[in-house]
Design a binder for this molecule. Structure first.
Ligand code: MN
Length: 156
């Protein structure tokens, strides 16, 4: 009897996980999706440059779209970065801190040289505008992939 109950519970868990995967949240596209990102992502992301750097603004502005489960590698920006969330659900984590859940309208202020990553939740597409501030300070430093263990550590 006890074994049967446990088996039924296991089956219910399996069914609910299956449903979750079928209910992937689609994001609303506002800015162009752009091209597939070539490197430094786990999973597939797309990037469209909206404002390229010049001497006047010293910023780069770009639209980034992550498929569910996709995230970029651990990295830091020498001049900092701002994220403006436009659609879907995402994660943001700084090294040594808990994962923060992101929703449309959220703003993330990332100070220069703070090691972090950003990406989609397991069941939602995710789109943010990225703004590289003080762009003349140089290129992003990459530190390698976010492990599944790190990615799965989100707690509500
Ligand atoms: Mn970043």
């Amino acid at each position: 009897m006890r074994k049967t109950i446990i088996m039924i519970c296991a089956a219910l868990v399996a069914v609910s996980c299956g449903n979750k995967n079928n209910e992937t949240m689609k994001a609303n596209e506002i800015f162009p999706k752009g091209q597939k990102a070539a490197a430094n992502f786990t999973g597939t992301a797309w990037v469209e440059m909206l404002v390229t750097n010049d001497a006047t603004f010293d910023t780069q502005v770009y639209n980034v779209t992550f498929e569910p489960g996709c995230r970029n590698y651990w990295h830091s920006h020498p001049g900092g970065q701002l994220l403006l969330v436009t659609s879907g659900e995402g994660y943001y984590q700084e090294k040594g801190s808990a994962i923060r859940l992101l929703r449309p309208g959220d703003v993330v202020e990332i100070k220069p040289d703070v090691v972090h990553w950003h990406g989609a939740t397991p069941n939602s597409e995710f789109i943010h505008i990225g703004i590289t501030t003080q762009a003349d300070k140089g290129a992003v430093t990459w530190y390698g992939p976010v492990s599944d263990e790190e990615y799965d550590s989100y707690k509500e």
